[in-house]
Design a protein around this ligand. Structure first.
Ligand SMILES: [Fe+2]
Length: 248
């Protein structure tokens, strides 16, 4: 199965601030696993703006923590670039937070990695997506296939795609690790060519890892090698440089 480098735009490798990596040692382990699977750049995307759980808004300490991670990776000699990002929970006021620099897009671009509560009202999601789009941002929807409201009515995610969102699927959904419904929904979006990219959404060194080689091989086999490369390398590269993603 063709081996080429990959870029992971969604991974909880920032040490010790959310339910991902517990500390620097685990972060380095996660980066090592990614490197061995062929990943050359990872966006550190801790949960932020998640009501009742994590604020993790950008400030000097947030930037220092990220720089420290990048330094440790460099010192350890791992050939992986660590880039800034956040997995932002959809709430009221996202555009103000973005404008004030309290939350940031992927690699500080206008591509905003956004997740929603599992029990969110889809009407509010439409509203937030519209607000972001009018302000010039491009939402990258984290794992839409995992939400019950999307699994029950896939037209929602078609609408969000038509509104200019990029759909980021989780490797775990594609591999069947989040249940049948998430898997079926993910494959439907893949088969119809609506998925914009695939990422690890890694949370630890042991389960939900940063290894992307298995999902690359499955995508290459079931779709096509070029399609795997589009989802794991080419489109992630475009996101990081703020370039347009070709639409189907
Ligand atoms: Fe995540």
């Amino acid at each position: 199965m063709g081996s080429y480098t990959m870029i992971d735009i969604h991974a909880h490798i920032y040490p010790g601030i959310d339910d991902g990596s517990s500390g620097m040692e685990e972060s380095l382990h996660m980066v090592q696993t990614a490197a061995e699977s062929g990943v050359t750049a990872i966006v550190a995307t801790p949960h932020c703006n998640l009501p009742g759980y994590y604020g993790n808004y950008r400030d000097a300490a947030w930037e220092r923590g990220l720089a420290e991670l990048a330094d440790c990776v460099r010192t350890a000699g791992m050939p992986v670039r660590i880039l800034p990002g956040m997995e932002i929970c959809g709430t009221e006021g996202l555009t103000d937070l973005l404008r004030d620099g309290r939350i940031i897009g992927l690699n500080r671009t206008n591509y905003v990695l956004t997740e929603f509560l599992f029990r969110e009202d889809p009407v509010r999601i439409y509203h937030w997506i519209g607000e972001l789009r009018r302000a010039g941002y491009r939402p990258v929807l984290a794992h839409p296939e995992r939400y019950a409201y999307v699994q029950e009515d896939i037209r929602l995610v078609y609408d969000w795609y038509d509104m200019g969102c990029v759909l980021q699927l989780n490797k775990g959904s594609i591999l069947g690790r989040f249940g049948r419904d998430a898997c079926d929904t993910a494959w439907r979006l893949l088969d119809e060519g609506l998925a914009g990219c695939v990422a690890s959404d890694a949370h630890s060194a042991q389960v939900r890892t940063t290894d992307l080689s298995e999902v690359r091989d499955v995508l290459a086999q079931r779709l096509a090698p070029e399609e795997a490369r589009r989802l794991l390398t080419e489109n992630p590269e475009r996101l990081l440089s703020g370039e347009e993603i070709p639409r189907r």
